[in-house]
Design a protein around this ligand. Structure first.
Ligand code: SF4
Length: 164
């Protein structure tokens, strides 16, 4: 049995190869939903309205390589940006590793199965899409999404506020 520790436990985020860095994304899709910010408290509330490019089934971008062409405001995550980003969920692999936490047990690098994030109820599958006209807001709690009884009125469709 191998005792070699996996790269995410031994290589700092800033030293990872591009392939290692990209493989950390668990495909939860939570960074790709529009969010609302309470102007007074700064608290960020995710909604069930997703970026047009989010694949609601896989939880991944449908055109990751060219996403900036279609969604110019999409943020490309880097190790340097992580500390200043308030809208990523606490379950995000990049956030967890930047805080010295390990990967969650359902992460595909541990299970070997990209479906495990969805089975664990830790992704946007089933509740977020880009075509919804019925906005809901909620909170990410314990890696899951819980809807809160908050009604939101929007005058017109908005572009995505935050994306990976
Ligand atoms: S929140 Fe983090 S782990 Fe989830 S899809 Fe976005 S970048 Fe990947």
């Amino acid at each position: 049995m191998s005792t070699k520790r996996p790269f995410w436990e031994t290589v700092p985020l800033a030293k990872m190869s591009r392939a290692q860095w990209e493989s950390l994304c668990d495909g939860c899709g939570k960074c790709c939903v529009n969010k609302l910010e309470d102007e007074e408290t700064g608290e960020v509330f995710p909604t069930n309205v997703a970026c047009n490019l989010l694949d609601g089934h896989t939880g991944r971008c449908r055109d990751y390589a060219r996403r900036k062409t279609f969604v110019p405001e999409c943020v490309r995550l880097t190790p340097e940006k992580l500390a200043g980003i308030e809208w990523l969920p606490s379950s995000c692999a990049y956030i967890r590793l930047s805080r010295g936490q390990g990967l969650p047990e359902w992460h595909h690098l541990i299970t070997g199965d990209p479906e495990s994030v969805h089975r664990a109820g830790a992704s946007t599958r089933g509740w977020a899409n880009s075509n919804t006209i019925s906005w809901k807001t909620g909170r990410f709690e314990g890696g899951r999404y819980s809807f809160q009884p908050v009604s939101v009125t929007v005058a017109s469709a908005s572009p995505p506020l935050t994306n990976r």
